[in-house]
Design a protein around this ligand. Structure first.
Ligand code: NAP
Length: 362
């Protein structure tokens, strides 16, 4: 039997942390042995700390419910107890950066969901089907800080997962993309727990998610970037304009996307073929959380829909539909992904599996 890696979850009591705990139950490579959250949860049994706010469909796994929650700010408590941590903290950016660096400095690799380190030039921001090769920057990151075993890897914003892999698959097939226009309809679970007040969101759409449009417009440029020397240099050739809206959906971010190609333009049938056949490194490596088909095209004229399609391939696939000609750009389509699974904990787990398969997590 393979010895499982010991995993810690920082922010274990929150929306993303709870998803990690549910998704990692019986994971073939990883086992949750350490949970940490704010000082107000520290010292409590995990089941007591999440009492009244456990949001998952299954009950708390038996190996986690009695763990004593630690204070995530006390890095020394985790030393020697974990092989790596998932960070799902909701604290000030400066503090998050400093804390994640402190774990790395103490030989604990960090796979983060927080946005704090997404702009750091030698921190890879990974969607494993797209920029798996960016993990090679870890060597430069460790050298810069003098870290031996620790490092920080992040995953991008949850809403861009709904369309970035379909967009990348077209670039990968040789079709240059010049401009993208996106309108997102984002679920309330994206705001954490308790998140958006019910009186703000029921019977309503909120046309502002602070900072989200900037992330939507900037993060793809880093993901499509290249490692040059000791930096990831963003590809700024694609112009993106985004509108991000909060809608009364529990899980699943939807995006309406229009694309403009360069001089070479694929036909609608060609695009569907590219999406259907798209596979990448996670599928080749047969990683446990890799969806068999990362992009699923739905022919029904009224799909994808969050309630019906967000759980496709255990919440790890991107569903797309309504591909048609655009009267302003070249094509338009609708994309959907599960924000707390593919867009958060599941995406983080797939990153960890990639890092383990490539020898970065031991
Ligand atoms: P959340 O539900 O508000 O949970 C926040 C977690 O951080 C809780 O465990 C909380 O512990 C802990 N925390 C709060 N203040 C702390 C402090 N001072 N020291 C240590 N721990 C503290 O948030 P979330 O939605 O899970 O999001 C977590 C992170 O993932 C955020 O950075 C968010 O931007 C990112 N993210 C979220 C999603 C999503 O769909 N929700 C998607 C992608 C990325 P207590 O319970 O003890 O307060």
């Amino acid at each position: 039997m393979v010895k499982k890696l010991r995993v810690g979850i920082l922010g274990a009591t929150g929306m993303v942390g709870q998803n990690y705990i549910q998704l990692l139950d019986n994971h073939p490579w990883f086992e949750v042995v350490y949970v940490a959250a704010s000082p107000s949860s520290a010292g409590k049994k995990y089941s007591d700390a999440v009492q009244g706010k456990w949001q998952m469909s299954k009950s708390i796994p038996s190996n986690v419910k009695d763990l004593i929650v630690k204070d995530a700010n006390k890095v020394n408590d985790a030393k020697g107890k974990v092989d790596f941590v998932f960070s799902a903290l909701e604290i000030d950016k400066e503090l998050t950066r400093a804390l994640e660096d402190e774990y790395a400095k103490n030989d604990i690799p960090v796979i983060s969901n927080a946005s704090a380190h997404r702009g750091t030039y030698d921190v890879p921001m990974i969607i494993p089907e797209i920029n798996h090769n960016h993990i090679e920057i870890i060597k430069s990151q460790q050298k810069r800080h003098g870290w031996k075993k620790g490092f920080v890897v992040v995953k991008p914003n949850c809403s861009i997962q709904s369309y970035l892999t379909p967009v990348y698959s077209l670039i990968n097939a040789g079709y240059e993309i010049k401009r993208i226009f996106i309108t997102t309809m984002q679920a309330v679970s994206g705001a954490g727990y308790p998140g958006v007040a019910s009186l703000d969101i029921i019977d309503n759409v909120v046309p502002l998610i602070k900072g989200e449009e900037e992330k939507t417009e900037n993060e793809p440029q880093k993901i499509f970037g290249k490692i040059i020397g000791d930096k990831i240099v963003s590809d700024t050739s694609i112009k993106i304009s985004a509108h991000c809206n909060r809608v009364p959906v529990i899980d699943g971010h939807t995006a309406c996307v229009s694309l403009e190609f360069g001089s070479k333009k694929p036909s609608i049938d060609e695009i569907k073929k590219i999406w259907k056949n798209f596979k990448s490194v996670p599928q080749e490596l047969n990683l446990p959380f890799a969806p068999t088909n990362p992009i699923v095209y739905m022919e029904e004229e009224n799909r994808p829909q969050p309630r019906k399609d967000r759980d496709l391939h255990k919440g790890m696939a991107v569903s797309v539909g309504r591909l048609r000609v655009c009267n302003v750009f070249d094509i338009r389509f609708v994309g959907l992904s599960h924000n707390t699974i593919r867009g958060a904990a599941g995406g983080g787990i797939l990153n960890a599996e990639l890092l383990k398969a490539k020898g970065y997590l031991k």
